[in-house]
Design a protein around this ligand. Structure first.
Ligand SMILES: Cc1ncc(COP(=O)(O)O)c(C=O)c1O
Length: 433
């Protein structure tokens, strides 16, 4: 392919002028103005310098199977031999196949799917469906959780993302994640649904107490509210099970997936639900529309993603690699006495928690300088989100741990007040999803 630009400088100029001046200024200020060029497996490279980065951000799971995974690329190319987007009103063989495969793999009796393009859109539909099905207005979500920036998903998120736009919906309430007592007092006969990520990523990869999700399930069932589980980040093998809820034996009414389902190549998301919730669509099958949702060409790579991610050997690899990292973190914290950090982990859904936000922010920057991309959590910047691709080999995992140890040592020797102060400004964009 002919390069789009002769130099990075020109990209930065146009990006600043035509796309986002704020981002260009931000990344320049922190000397992080790389522009993604070549990408392959767990790596991506700066377009000009060729500097290599290991991707432990993975766009929150988009690159679970690595960049430009050859099997998924082949499936997409095959899809384009025959298909295009298709027509969202008409019956589609590709969507039928993908829906059927999802039904086989979903927990419990979930067997229906509506496809979307983005995770926020898929969450919007889940919330809309819960309200329509129950005839109740209220939605309860976790403080510091994150479900997207679209309408209802935005309303279920934190005020900081809504306030600048003046958007406030009074039927959306929140409770502290893991606090079952508070939730118990909030769910009533006006509650349509409780929506939760099993392990909220933006809140700092908080692994729930063992009994929490089961208790939420019970409260919802008893009070006639639905349980919506957002597996946009945790799904598709990230935690070592295909769906994170399997760790706690929880059967949601609606399960939302996105990010990784795209294989990093073609956007596609899914709102999957129990058959009894279909009633509203039976009354009017055209009541919800997404023009690009479930693009026919995109269904093929998604099928390949499901095929790879559901294989027992693949899931075992995720768990084994998770153990390897756990052991590696332990050795690092034995060798590097300071700064102390604790590990939050389920499979390869990992957060490194420090006692102050500045340490986690500084570590993100040092990791970047050492060739590894990982960001801190937007709603708890004292946690570095650590999400290696699920196809990482043990050798690559060893390299990742070496970079981590080097960066933590550098963090310990960071005396420069100026840098620490500058890093205060770092808090905003990088921790976002
Ligand atoms: C848990 C969760 N839900 C929903 C979303 C929204 O997905 P999208 O950005 O595709 O709209 C995200 C995005 O980061 C997410 O992390």
């Amino acid at each position: 392919m002919k390069p789009l630009y002769a130099s990075k400088k020109d990209v930065l100029k146009d990006y600043s002028q035509f796309v986002s001046k704020g981002k260009v200024d931000f990344f320049k200020k922190f000397r992080m103005d790389m522009v993604m060029g070549k990408r392959d497996g767990i790596y991506f490279y700066d377009m000009e310098t060729g500097r290599r980065f290991i991707n432990c951000h993975c766009n929150g799971g988009v690159f679970n199977l690595g960049h430009r995974n050859p099997e998924i690329l082949a499936a997409l190319q095959e899809g384009f031999q025959e298909f295009d987007i298709g027509n969202h009103h008409l019956i589609s063989a590709a969507r039928a196949k993908l829906g059927a495969r999802l039904a086989e793999l979903m927990p419990g009796s979930i067997s229906k799917t509506v496809f979307g393009v983005g995770g926020g859109e898929a969450v919007d539909l889940a919330l809309k469906l819960a309200m329509g099905h129950t005839g109740r207005p209220n939605i309860i979500s976790a403080k510091g959780g994150y479900h997207g920036h679209t309408g209802l998903a935005l309303a279920a998120g934190d005020a900081q993302f809504r306030d600048p736009f003046g958007i406030h919906l009074s039927n959306f309430r929140q409770f502290p994640f893991n606090d079952i007592r508070t939730l118990e007092n909030k769910v009533d006969d006006q509650t349509a649904a409780v929506i939760l990520e099993p392990i909220p990523a933006t809140l700092g990869i908080v692994v729930p107490d063992d009994s929490f999700l089961q208790a939420v399930r019970k409260i919802c069932r008893e009070r006639g509210a639905l349980l919506i589980i957002d597996e946009v980040q945790t799904g598709l093998g990230r935690t070592g099970k295909l769906w994170a809820v399997e760790h706690w034996n929880v059967e949601p009414d609606i399960l939302v997936i996105g990010k990784g389902l795209s294989g990093g190549l073609y956007p596609i998301t899914a709102t999957c639900f129990k058959p009894e919730l279909e009633r509203i669509f039976l009354e009017d099958p055209f009541i919800h529309i997404s023009t690009f949702g479930g693009s026919e060409a995109g269904c093929l790579p998604a099928l390949k993603v499901l095929e790879i991610s559901s294989q027992p050997d693949f899931l075992k690899h995720v768990l084994d690699l998770g153990d390897y990292f756990e052991e590696g973190f332990r050795k690092i914290s034995d060798r590097v006495i300071r700064p102390k950090f604790t590990v939050r982990q389920k499979g390869l859904m990992i957060g490194l928690k420090f006692d102050t936000p500045l340490k986690a922010m500084a570590l993100s920057k040092l990791l970047y300088d050492n060739g590894l991309f990982a960001v801190f959590s937007g709603n708890d910047p004292s946690v570095v989100q650590f999400l290696p691709p699920l196809i990482t080999t043990f050798q690559e995992a060893g390299d990742i741990l070496k970079i981590l140890e080097k960066s933590i040592k550098e963090l310990n020797s960071l005396k420069t007040k100026m840098l620490m102060q500058a890093l205060k400004l770092f808090a905003r964009d990088l921790g976002r999803n």
